[in-house]
Design a protein around this ligand. Structure first.
Ligand code: AMP
Length: 216
C-alpha cells in the first residue's frame, strides 16, 4: 500500500500517518522530518535547507526530489509507504510520477486532508514535539501526561521554529499557492480521497481506518 498524504500544515498528516503505519505495517516518509534530521546533523542538504525552512518557504524541488527518491528506494522491499508532505509542488508531483513509472511502483491512494484555516492555525501554534522520538502533542487537544514532557521517554518537548505565528501564516500562503493545485492533479488520476480532518484526532482516525479497510 503506497500512499500520499496531502494537505496544509496542521491538517494532521503526520499524526495520522504514524497511527496508520502502526496499524498496517507501512513506513512513514515525512519530507519535513527527513529535512529536519539533515539540518540537525549538519549535512550538506541540511545546510542548504535550514534558512529556507526557518522562514516557512519551500526547499528546492531538485533537492527534495533527490532526497525522497533515495528514501523510497531504500525501502522498496517493505509493505509500502506513506509520503507525508511530499510532493508539495506540481514539479515534484510530475517528477514523482516519472520516478514511480521507472521503478514500477504503484500508487494506491492519495488522501487529501481538509480542515478550516482557524483550526490549522490553532493546531500549529499549540503543537509541541519530542525531539527524541518524534511524538507530536498539542497543549490543549493532545497534552502529555506531565506538562512539557514526552510520555514515552521523559524528554523535554520543543516548539518548532516554523510554528511561530508569522511563519505559520507564510506556510499557509505557500500551501495555497504551490501545493493546493496538487488536489486537482491527483483528483484526475481517480486515486484521491477527501477527508474532513477538522475534528479531534480520534474521530478523524475512525474516518481514516474505515477508508483504509476499503483501500487496503
Ligand atoms: P513539514 O514538517 O511538512 O511542515 O515541513 C517543514 C518544512 O520543510 C516546510 O515548511 C518546507 O520548508 C520543508 N519541506 C517539507 N517538505 C517539503 C517539500 N515536499 N518540498 C519543499 N520543501 C519541503
Amino acid at each position: 500500500m503506497n500512499l500520499i498524504f496531502l494537505g496544509p500544515p496542521g491538517a494532521g498528516k503526520g499524526t495520522h500517518a504514524k497511527v496508520i503505519c502502526e496499524k498496517f505495517g507501512v513506513l512513514q516518509l515525512a519530507a519535513g522530518d527527513i529535512l529536519r534530521k539533515n539540518v540537525k546533523e549538519g549535512t550538506s542538504l541540511g545546510l542548504q535547507a535550514k534558512a529556507v525552512m526557518e522562514r516557512g518557504a519551500l526547499v528546492s524541488d531538485e533537492l527534495v526530489n533527490n532526497m525522497m527518491f533515495a528514501e523510497i528506494l531504500a525501502l522498496k522491499s517493505s509493505k509500502g509507504f506513506i509520503l507525508d508532505g511530499y510532493p508539495r509542488t506540481i514539479v515534484q508531483a510530475e517528477a514523482l510520477k516519472k520516478f514511480f513509472a521507472k521503478e514500477k511502483i504503484a500508487l494506491t491512494a492519495v488522501i487529501n486532508f481538509m480542515a478550516p484555516e482557524e483550526v490549522l492555525v490553532d493546531r500549529l501554534s499549540g503543537r509541541r514535539g519530542c525531539p527524541k522520538c518524534g511524538k507530536i502533542y498539542h497543549v490543549r487537544n493532545m497534552p502529555p501526561k506531565k506538562d512539557g514532557i514526552c510520555d514515552r521517554d521523559g524528554e523535554k518537548l520543543t516548539i518548532r521554529k516554523d510554528d511561530e505565528p508569522e511563519t505559520i501564516r507564510h506556510r499557509l500562503k505557500v500551501y495555497h499557492e504551490s501545493t493546493k493545485p496538487l488536489v486537482e492533479f491527483y483528483r484526475k488520476t481517480g486515486l484521491l480521497h477527501d477527508v474532513l480532518a477538522g475534528g479531534d484526532a480520534p474521530s478523524v482516525q475512525k474516518i481514516l481506518e474505515k477508508l483504509f479497510e476499503k483501500i487496503h
